[in-house]
Design a protein around this ligand. Sequence first.
Ligand code: NAP
Length: 246
Amino acid sequence: MLEGRVALITGAGKGIGKEIAMELSKLGAKCVINYASSLAGAEETVNEIKKSGGDAYAYQCDVSDYTQVEKMIKDAIEHYGKIDILVNNSGITKDNLLLKMTEADFDAVININLKGAFHCIKAVTKPMMKQRYGRIINITSIVGVIGNAGQANYAASKAGLIGLTKSAARELATRNITVNAVAPGFIQTDMTEVLSDTVKEQLLEQIPMKKLGETADIANAVCFLADERAAYITGQVLNVNGGMAM
Ligand code: NAP
């Protein structure tokens, strides 16, 4: 249970982030709903949480900009008094084959997916160390573990996130702060909606469970790691992928 806990979830105006916020809130956590462009989605998440008796507010911030992230964390601590749980969920894709991938598309993906998480971790570290409690959960990807043709930038960002997770876990372990990653397989969201039917069929062939995952599958894994009782689990990558990689 997460009563009395405060969570900040990046990219929580839609998709996996929204589901994570809804589930953390159901368990009692007060939630800061970060968004970059999905104002309506973020407001809807807040309204849904409030309707079910929870507490949340929306906050616009581009996680690739450290100054904005620092302010978001400061404001959240002013608002709720602390942050116990940080979920780095924001992510984008700009897929292309290596030969065609521009430097700008490589940088854009790294800046949001990897540096964005670094910025948020850096900004919460001091307050979490002071309170001697923290749960940091980074949403990486199966692609960061096994690679994927056409996604060199995305795979690099997600593999980097795994290294960041393990290093932060080692640095913060003695302060009662755990840092873990959840690596989704292919989940039904806007991000995978763009895949062609042929690609989806090819993917299904590789998934032992023969279906794409749902946002709730990822949210449940995050809730497990966010719980006080996951105290002795740190530096781990929890694969949630229907058996696609094992
Ligand atoms: P999505 O629906 O496209 O959501 C992406 C989220 O990232 C949005 O909430 C978006 O916020 C946020 N975001 C993008 N740029 C941002 C920025 N500069 N600052 C702050 N937030 C930003 O995709 P999703 O499928 O839910 O993905 C969520 C996470 O799961 C991502 O990290 C993704 O890589 C990972 N993942 C997804 C899958 C999958 O199959 N869907 C598989 C493995 C991993 P706005 O809408 O407000 O811009």
